[in-house]
Design a protein around this ligand. Structure first.
Ligand SMILES: [Zn+2]
Length: 283
């Protein structure tokens, strides 16, 4: 194996990457301080979108057994702001768990959610370097499927997410690189992306705290628990290993939110050196 090397993105100024763990611990352990306000299942090979107000909590669950979910998230008030998987990989990690944030794209660049609980956190890193809740890969889509297999299939995650967001005025162009919830992935010695069978069991969950007003969307991946290969010589239809996912949304008691503030967008003024003050011209 390789020697270790320090992370590139480190905090040198300010506290943007520092998480108030005591606050998120309180949210996780809120018990009677939280009220379930909405709960639904996303059937196999479909997508669903839902809103979560800032300061609320939501969970994605495995109500029956292993299943991976492709997750997208936007600012509910301005869908140009959405999750930025690449920067989140750099700021947090290529796989995320409790206390990690999902960051938004430019010019916003703020935490959209903070993960408050992960029933699979104990999985850690396996013998192949596999880890859970993947930001390395992206959604399956019908274009790459057609390219690889020659066949049309309309229930890939990209299509499921597209259908899910249409009622909210968004289109295929708004669907973006996902967080693959419950998905075990890594890079092999050839630097190639691998996916392993999902280790989730009935009742597992990943829990998020909404830092801003959110529109979320989730696809129950047609690959199901990813225990069967979807491409290559051994490819088969994984319909038998597809299961629904659950979503639960909770309101928190006001007292729990004391001291928390919805994060502001990044402080950079957006000039990019284009706006030159008049005084500079006169020098
Ligand atoms: Zn998929």
């Amino acid at each position: 194996m390789y020697k270790d090397y320090p992370a590139a993105y480190q905090v040198s100024k300010g506290a943007a990457l520092q998480v108030d763990k005591a606050f998120y611990d309180r949210v996780r352990e809120s018990g009677a301080g939280r009220t379930l306000i909405e709960q639904f299942e996303v059937p196999i090979r479909t997508g669903r979108a839902w809103k979560v107000p800032a300061g609320h909590v939501f969970r994605v669950t495995t109500p029956i057994g292993p299943q991976v979910g492709d997750f997208n998230v936007w600012n509910a008030n301005d869908p140009r702001e959405r999750m930025w998987a690449a920067r989140t990989r750099q700021l947090q990690g290529a796989h995320v768990s409790t206390y990690d944030r999902l960051w938004s794209n430019l010019p916003f660049l703020r935490p959209m959610v903070t993960i408050t609980d992960d029933s699979l956190a104990g999985y850690g890193i396996d013998e192949h370097g596999g880890r859970l809740h993947d930001l390395l890969g992206t959604r399956c889509d019908p274009y790459v499927n057609k390219m690889l297999t020659g066949e049309d299939f309309h229930h890939h995650c990209h299509s499921n997410l597209t259908r899910a967001v249409l009622p909210h005025g968004l289109t295929e162009f708004d669907v973006h690189d996902v967080l693959n919830i419950f998905q075990c992935t890594g890079l092999n010695h050839d630097d190639m992306y691998f996916m392993k069978a999902c280790p989730a069991k009935q009742g597992d969950y990943l829990e998020f705290f909404a830092e801003i007003d959110l529109l979320c969307a989730l696809s129950t991946c047609p690959g199901g628990d990813l225990s069967l290969p979807m491409w290559g010589p051994d490819a088969q239809d994984p319909l038998t290993v597809c299961r629904p996912l659950g979503v639960e949304i909770y309101r928190l008691d006001e007292a729990l939110l004391e001291g928390w503030r919805s994060p502001a967008r990044a402080a950079y003024n957006g000039n990019h050196g284009l706006l030159i003050p008049k005084a500079e011209w006169e020098k």
